[in-house]
Write a protein that binds this ligand. Structure first.
Ligand code: DLL
Length: 436
């Protein structure tokens, strides 16, 4: 069994960039060759774009290849985009399909191994290892969060408690009784868990052994991280991935300065809305090419998330590229009276206001011809007042702080703690009534 030490000692973690790029080019060439031969989908796409595998001579040539989109997976439902024979598929996951046909992802044995090792390398970079006990509170089943985190944690030799979602009180009891040191769940669920623990008379900080959390599957801000770390006495690491790329795959390291993406398995680009590369350090849409996936390799896959690429070596010594905190999906962005608003910007502002609790909702609506943005926020128990003047003052303060950042006036609605819906999986913070 691989141990924590094996992952860190593996030279690849600190290989010079040129060496990583050599590996990438070798794998890219063989990938392009393979899909051209084995996938009717890719062969047709390449032919339409006039590219042949032998035209890929350097990493820069990747721009000659056409993009792939989530829509392609839907249009080729369930397995028409696969490049390996179905007899080699050992597992399927699928998206919930709430916005149309679900997307189905298949995994060969090699794919599962690569996915687990990728997360094991990531967990190791945060100090998770043998002797740790991890509660996995992402959903198990078709969603990739549960099994993904589970396999990664087992790979580093941690003990896993496969909780899945729900039954929060039981989760807290087991956290105490089995001395859990780590948890993997959505940030919104951990906040809910913290509230539930308080109501049970338990302080996660003082009465449990929890010391780290792997939070992701939805956007969350640095300010939310600061609150979580302070109130629960833990380190909260960002974990990222998407079902099409396998599931949760990458995390920050102990330095908490960007998410390490393993260059020996994935090739990254960040592009602008015209599809052109943005200069390093500028934000844009993440595009990923999977270099090792067998069942469903993806070439120049438009993930749809907005981020910044950082190719500088990390303070931890790892040389692999980092993506900076995901600012949200390009399709999450609201356009209010012509102004682009990311829900993550609103979260960042709210979490700096001490009187505001962790739960909020953003409602976009149209009054006549005019867009209107309402931000409904919970006020902390200590700040809640029955004096109207106090509440009005707070309302103004929240509105003012948001206006400064968004350049947009918003309607603020203050509500009592516990009023807004709590989520166990991904939270639904935005309601866009203009689309209904
Ligand atoms: O959410 C996989 C996952 C499970 C990641 C557990 C992390 C932890 P999907 O359901 O396909 O897969 O959703 C992927 O969720 O494109 C992002 O928009 C968003 N997302 C995932 N992680 C983060 C994160 C899983 N750390 C979509 N920060 C992605 C911001 C995230 N957004």
């Amino acid at each position: 069994m691989a141990s924590m030490l094996d992952f860190w000692n593996s030279r690849i973690e600190r290989a010079p960039l040129e060496e990583l790029q050599e590996i990438q080019l070798r794998k890219l060439k063989s990938l392009v060759d393979n899909v051209y031969r084995n996938s009717a989908f890719y062969r047709q796409r390449f032919d339409e774009a006039g590219v042949k595998p032998e035209m890929i001579k350097s990493l820069d040539d990747i721009v000659k290849l056409p993009f792939t989109y989530k829509k392609d997976l839907r249009d080729n439902y369930p397995t028409k985009m696969f490049s390996a024979p179905l007899s080699q598929v050992v597992r399927y996951h699928a998206s919930s399909g709430t916005t149309g046909k679900p997307t189905v992802v298949g995994y060969t044995r090699g794919d599962i191994e690569c996915w687990s090792t990728s997360l094991a390398r990531a967990f190791t970079s945060c100090g998770l290892g043998h002797g740790d006990v991890m509660i996995v509170s992402y959903g198990y089943g078709l969603f990739t969060g549960g099994l993904g985190a589970h396999y990664g944690a087992e790979e580093v030799g941690a003990s896993v408690i496969p909780m899945g979602v729900g039954n929060t009180q039981r989760q807290i009891e087991l956290m105490q009784d089995l001395h859990a040191t780590a948890i993997a769940c959505t940030p919104s669920y951990l906040l809910h868990m913290n509230e539930t623990a308080k109501a049970m008379g338990i302080s996660i900080k003082k009465d449990t052994d929890l010391r780290m959390a792997f939070l992701g599957a939805e956007p969350w801000s640095l300010e939310t991280r600061a609150r979580i770390e302070k109130s629960m006495g833990i380190k909260a690491y960002d974990i990222y991935g998407t079902s099409e790329l396998s599931g949760p795959l990458f995390t920050e390291c102990k330095c908490q300065d960007g998410i390490h993406v393993w260059a020996d398995h994935f090739l990254l680009e960040v592009i602008d809305k015209n599809g052109d590369p943005v200069p390093e350090g500028k934000k844009g849409e993440l595009v990923v090419t999977t270099l090792s996936k067998e069942a469903l390799p993806l070439i120049r896959y438009r993930v749809g998330d907005t981020t910044i690429l950082n190719n500088q070596e990390c303070e931890c010594g790892r040389t692999h590229p980092r993506i900076m905190r995901i600012m949200g999906r390009t399709d999450d962005m609201l356009i209010i009276r012509g102004i682009n608003v990311f829900p993550s910007q609103i979260e960042s502002v709210l979490m700096t206001i001490p009187e505001v609790g962790e739960h909020f909702q953003i409602i976009a609506d149209r009054k006549g011809e005019l867009d209107e943005l309402t931000v409904r926020v919970e006020v902390t128990k200590t700040a809640f007042s029955d004096k109207l003047a106090d509440l009005m003052k707070l309302e103004q303060k929240v509105g003012y702080e948001l206006q400064k950042v968004l350049n947009l006036s918003t309607k603020i609605e203050l509500v009592e703690t516990g009023t807004l819906p709590r989520s166990q999986g991904k939270s639904q913070k935005v309601i866009d009534r203009r689309k209904i």
